[in-house]
Design a binder for this molecule. Structure first.
Ligand code: PLP
Length: 380
């Protein structure tokens, strides 16, 4: 089979990418299982009442997450915006109409400095004012407590790539709830493991957002929001298909909703230890090929924790290899892998030297292609 043959992409002159960079929106998220595509295909044959569909899909999400209520969102990013809107405007039609103008409304959200990412924008879209606490060295409980005031609408808790210096979520929830302030969580990239679907709700988080198009392998443009009924009701009123709120810009189609629910059901049933083993095997295929053949390279193999409880940042959800060369800069390795067709994409510019290779998105035989290309470029 010619791996470069695909009439739709070929026609547009678009190259094939071998994705060693994990679930990146920039590279198309993840690959949906066949069953998801078939479900979407079937879903496209009917019209439905979108309110009815949203409600039923929300019940499935509630069931799987253990939350009171759920909602399919347009990516986790839209989930973050809707969490914020729900905290600021609630279900009050006048306030929903007013956003993102927050004059006269509570709009302060407290966030750890180490939780700030390029997704901050999604909170600000709804009119949030971010109040930073702490630093990467640590954060004191008093910093959180003393910043809560009559303008505080919520506390943001983000599971991004760098978690240094934040107060533990249990303590954040305790402090916030003592003052009747909701805690909203961004756990976009924390699936798998399956346990993380319920973890934060169990800990008492008020709303949690996940990506549908990363480890869940649903449509790339979907996400999950789950949490307390009054807040999810409010998020929904701020969102499409309703026309009155800021979320109208981030609609989810009937096909996408059915695709996400199907992906979620498959995800729950999947044996993730088998999949993790395959990812690790693919790492080993790559390492074996280059470790004794190529001189002057350094290889670090990061396995994933065997205990799901230890998976609490984006990087620990799947294994990776870090490769560096004594003769070539990381940028050169990255560029040489990316040149040509297929274009192999890795992560670069992490805090350590070396390019990082994730195997979680590799398709059949792609580990061999990556290994061969590495052998070729690093041997020179
Ligand atoms: C990927 C990601 C998002 C955005 O998720 P989408 O589903 O692509 O909208 C938000 N926050 C974090 C930490 C992420 O990793």
């Amino acid at each position: 089979m010619d791996i470069l043959k695909n009439e739709y992409y070929n026609k547009l002159g678009v190259r094939r990418v071998i994705n060693c960079a994990s679930y990146l929106t920039m590279l198309g998220g993840s690959i949906m299982p066949r069953e998801v595509l078939e479900a979407m295909d079937k879903a496209s044959e009917w019209f439905v009442d979108m309110k009815e569909l949203n409600k039923s899909a929300g019940e499935v999400i509630a069931n799987f997450t253990g939350a009171e209520s759920g909602l399919v969102t347009a990516g986790a990013a839209s989930g973050l915006m809707l969490q914020t809107a729900a905290c600021i405007a609630g279900s009050d039609p006048k306030k929903i109409d007013q956003l993102p103008d927050t004059e006269g409304l509570k709009n302060e959200f407290i966030i750890h400095r180490s939780h700030r990412t390029n997704y901050d924008h999604n909170y600000r879209n709804a009119g949030a004012r971010l109040i930073e606490i702490g630093n990467t060295g640590g954060t004191h409980n008093w910093e959180l407590e003393s910043n809560i005031n009559e303008n505080t609408a919520g506390i943001i808790y983000v599971y991004g790539p760098k978690q240094n210096g934040s107060i533990e979520i249990e303590k954040v929830i305790e402090i916030a709830h003592n003052k009747n302030i909701p805690v909203i969580v961004d756990a976009a990239a924390l699936l798998p493991p399956v346990e993380n679907l319920q973890k934060f709700i169990k800990l008492g988080a008020d709303m949690v957002a996940y990506s549908g198009g990363k480890g869940l392998r649903g449509p790339q443009s979907t996400g999950i929001l789950c949490g307390r009924k009054n807040l999810i009701d409010a998020a929904y009123l701020n969102s499409a298909p309703n026309n009155e709120g800021i979320g109208r810009v981030s609609k989810v189609s009937k096909e996408e909703i059915i695709g996400l629910i199907t992906a979620l059901e498959l995800f729950i049933d999947r044996d993730h230890s088998v999949i993790m083993q395959k990812w690790e095997n693919d790492c080993e295929i790559i390492i074996e090929k280059i470790k004794n053949t190529v001189k002057d390279i350094n290889i670090i193999f990061n396995k994933s924790p065997s205990d799901p409880n230890d998976i609490n940042d984006e990087d620990s959800t799947h294994p990776s290899i870090i490769i560096s060369s004594n003769h070539m800069t990381d940028d050169e390795i990255e560029r040489k892998l990316s040149d040509g067709n297929p274009s192999i994409r890795v992560r670069n510019n992490f805090e350590v030297k070396g390019v990082k290779i994730y195997t979680s998105n590799l398709q059949a035989n792609e580990a061999d292609i990556v290994a061969d290309k590495l052998l070729k470029i690093l041997s020179i």
